[in-house]
Design a protein. Sequence first.
Length: 211
Amino acid sequence: MYELKTGPAQEPVSVSDLKEYLRIDHSDEDDLIESLGKSARVWVENHITQYLITQTWVLWLDFFPIQYKDSNAKWWDGIVDGSISTLFQQQNYIPIERGPVQSITHLKTYDTEDTATTFSSDYYILNQYDRPAKIVLRQSQIWPTTNLRSSKGIEIEFVSGFGSTGTSVPESINQSIKHLTLELYEKRGDEFKVPQSVFLLLEPYRRKKLA
């Protein structure tokens, strides 16, 4: 579960830039245009699963990810002969689906008494260039063996975004926000459909899901 801690300090596309794109030269609808621009930005972020202006998020997990591993265990009548540990093991990385990740603030675990313990950053590295980004254990390190509480036992706070200003965001993404804001403005009260041009502008930034 992703939880917003600190939102962006500004929008990637300013109200004045939106008004210029919408060809509006008065201030009567500034609040509306600002709201529509924010809605467009949030839609874009959700579509490409990336945050635009720098913001802080928390990823909550119930347990450390596990993966299937190749096993020499013997099967009999469809039942594995041996420990379940022969089939599964903890992954040595945790994916962060919402990028681009700039940094990890902390990784904490919570035990059954709700006591928090910070996992030292000396034990892992951030691979921010993969899509998705990954927190990867260093060689010979293991995840904490804390007896985690039943829900939200792992807290990962991270900073994500292309940068602190709109100029840090790729121009085609900002252009998609303008296109979408125009459509929202013109179709107020009517049936709304995201323009195909928006999808085309965002296609290079949308992470493909493996089949």
